[in-house]
Design a protein around this ligand. Structure first.
Ligand SMILES: [Zn+2]
Length: 297
């Protein structure tokens, strides 16, 4: 069996663990056929014909399946965020293809983490993407950067358990939305003195505020060690990725990827398979949806 068939088999198993299910009518009665080395399924009830890749992000891709698997491996096992340029070298493909594969997989990670909710003790802070200090504090020319809430659910002793990086402006309305979507009671939100965080109080979330004076003082304050170490993690992960343009356009994906990997960091052995399963469930993202306009360079 060639490596393409082995990948097809693995995808089939992840996608339809109980056997084929027709994407159109949910029927299971089917026949299988091979054409030009590709495996197809035909539904016995509605005659719908599809491959194991139809409706997944692997569909109509220029990249061969074994290379997709290598890309998923590299993006989940590399300590630092692998750049599209590095991916291009590893996969031996063009830069646009490597860029697209990376962004498709980052989008899968973002979607998987979109409904993440934190509970219990949660440290939160304002942070920014772009410039020389990813994850830097407000001020210092933050107006051209991409703002996001960095939040870490901690143990009682203050160790980070899960994190949530939510791209949004720092207004009361936006923080209220963040609390409603990303926090689950019973929860206590611990923040510095930034005024908009008080908006969480109306949503059934307890709020403790420590006025620290901001900047470095806040980074070293014992109430914010977990969120600051999570931000340090983000800084390492995005080292070498300084494209303000890319953050402006695709910031949610960079944050989604860091959040996805952080929240699964103790489960590195199963992470590739879990990403592949998620990729099988994702609807195919055509180029125009992934690349909102021109390519970043
Ligand atoms: Zn059918």
């Amino acid at each position: 069996m060639g490596s393409h068939e082995r990948c097809e088999d693995a995808i089939g198993g992840w996608r339809w663990p109980e056997g084929f299910v027709c994407p159109r009518c949910q029927g299971s009665w089917h026949s299988e056929l091979r054409r030009q080395d590709r495996l197809y399924f035909q539904c016995g009830a509605c005659r719908y014909l599809c491959s194991v890749l139809s409706g997944t992000i692997f569909e109509s891709s220029k990249l061969a399946l074994p290379e997709w698997f290598l890309a998923m491996h590299l993006m989940t096992q590399a300590k630092n965020n692998i750049s599209a340029l590095e991916l291009k070298r590893h996969l031996d493909v063009s830069y646009p293809t490597a860029w697209l594969v990376k962004h498709k997989l980052m989008e899968v990670m973002f979607v998987r983490e979109e409904n993440r909710q934190l509970t219990g003790r949660i440290e939160a802070d304002d942070a920014y993407l772009g410039g020389e200090r990813p994850g830097g504090k407000r001020g210092r020319g933050s107006e051209n950067k991409v703002a996001f809430v960095a939040a870490a659910q901690t143990t009682e002793s203050g160790q980070a358990v899960f994190m949530c990086l939510s791209r949004r402006p720092f207004t009361k309305k936006s923080i209220q939305e963040f609390a409603e979507n990303s926090l689950a009671a019973p929860a206590t939100l611990v923040t510095d003195g930034l005024g908009c965080f008080t908006a969480a109080r109306g949503t059934g979330i307890q709020h403790e505020q420590y006025v620290t004076g901001g900047g470095l003082a806040s980074a070293k304050h014992p109430s914010f060690l977990a969120v600051n170490s999570a931000l340090g993690n983000l800084k390492t992960a995005l080292a070498g990725t300084h494209h303000a343009f890319a953050f402006e356009k695709y910031g949610h994906r960079y944050l989604g990827q860091v959040q996805y990997l952080f929240n699964r960091r103790f489960d590195l052995r199963s992470i590739l398979e879990r990403l592949a399963r998620a990729a099988c469930q994702a609807t195919p993202s055509p180029l125009h949806a992934i690349r909102a306009a021109e390519l970043p360079c």
